[in-house]
Design a protein around this ligand. Sequence first.
Ligand code: NDP
Ligand code: HSE
Length: 441
Amino acid sequence: MTTTNRSKKPEGEPVGIALLGFGTVGAEVFRLVQENADAFAHRIGGPVEIRGVAVHNKNKLRPGVPEELLTDYAKALVLRDDIDLVVEVIGGIDFPRELVLAALNAGKSVVTANKALVAAHADELAEAADRADVDLYFEAAVAAAIPVVGMLRRSLAGDKIQRISGIVNGTTNFILDAMESTGASYEDALAEATRLGYAEADPTADVEGHDAASKAAILASLGFYTRLTFDDVYCEGISKITADDITAANQAGYSIKLLAICERLVDEETGAESVNARVHPTLVPKEHPLASVSQSYNAIFVEAEAAGSLMFYGNGAGGNPTASAVLGDVIGAARNIVHGGRAPGENTYANLPIAEFGEVETRYHVDMEVEDRTGVLSAISGVFARHGVSLRTVRQEDGDATARLIVVTHAAKEAVLEDIVAALGELDEVKAVHSVIRLGV
Ligand code: NDP
Ligand code: HSE
């Protein structure tokens, strides 16, 4: 092994790692580093050593972890002279932000699995990494084991991405799949996803779509070379999806999936480009590959100008799959510490405008309870017609005093559909609009 001029370590000296967090992900990262130390040393060109593990509760039993490695004072560990690389797997935003900035400002490379942090503070973190000329890696932040971040950063860097869409949250996919395939209740399925280590510490982030929205912001930023943060992503979760919605979708030949969709939009008249990112429950035709993505698996479609359509599928949550992605980054960052050099940082040169959600066009599945009498259908179709939206299918199921009417529209702008739902709500013939679910992939 030779040491280059850019090397940040004397030859043979281990790269010192601070592991922040020893939960679902951190414990697996620790185990895999211990078990594969020799192989990693060969892949890196020098050894790595975990020199400290920061946790919240030092008194918790952690078999296999030497007591002297444990600390509940993460900041001091980060700033220690023998730490070259900080691995953040705590979660949350404010506290890890402080730790990650402290690490970067002290010239230490950082690997994080924390999408909430990256989606909220990407610019600040990227600038700190640039200033210190160190690496900031976050492969595990999106779709755990699926190497979609590296694929966008490196493999597709020569192409033009048009659209990135797919299932990027394991917990919600697990819940929707269990509700559809076994008839499990929403609550039971969420409890099981939490037990299996898929859900965030606060699972609201999963079920309300926030976790997927953070991932969409990261994917859109990388794919379109334009910074999108969490706040730029329209977000609707699955907490309002009922067993009834799932049955109705099934009868019509669809599965309901929580999709993240990042799109490049082109104005037909001016050719001007903008981008949009959104997360919402979506009706996916049963014959589409996304419909058969089960349990906590994730799947991502990338449509690129030259490459065409690509699909990535794999484990999107859980300790082991996430640790795999974290360790890929650890090896990349450690290699750069040993041999000198730096991974490509983020680039947002295109800085495209972010399109309003109301400008996005989709098809809709609108489920209503209506009066069961003559003229109702024409009143309802009249509302759609007055807004310039044509209906693709109309299905009616008779109830006792009322009927259930399910219409599927042709493509319409979100803003127009919002007006339609408001107008339907004012019709005497419409007792309730139970749900509006978007269609398409
Ligand atoms: P866990 O809740 O299982 O673990 C969190 C760890 O952080 C625990 O070890 C906890 O300590 C520690 N911690 C909490 N507060 C502090 C503190 N103030 N100082 C030091 N340590 C602290 O989370 P996960 O492992 O599931 O997730 C970690 C990160 O990885 C999150 O950002 C998550 O979004 C991301 N991620 C998770 C995936 C998954 O499937 N679980 C997949 C992809 C990304 P203690 O053990 O004492 O409680
Ligand atoms: N809570 C996340 C999920 C973990 O369920 O997908 C993986 O990022």
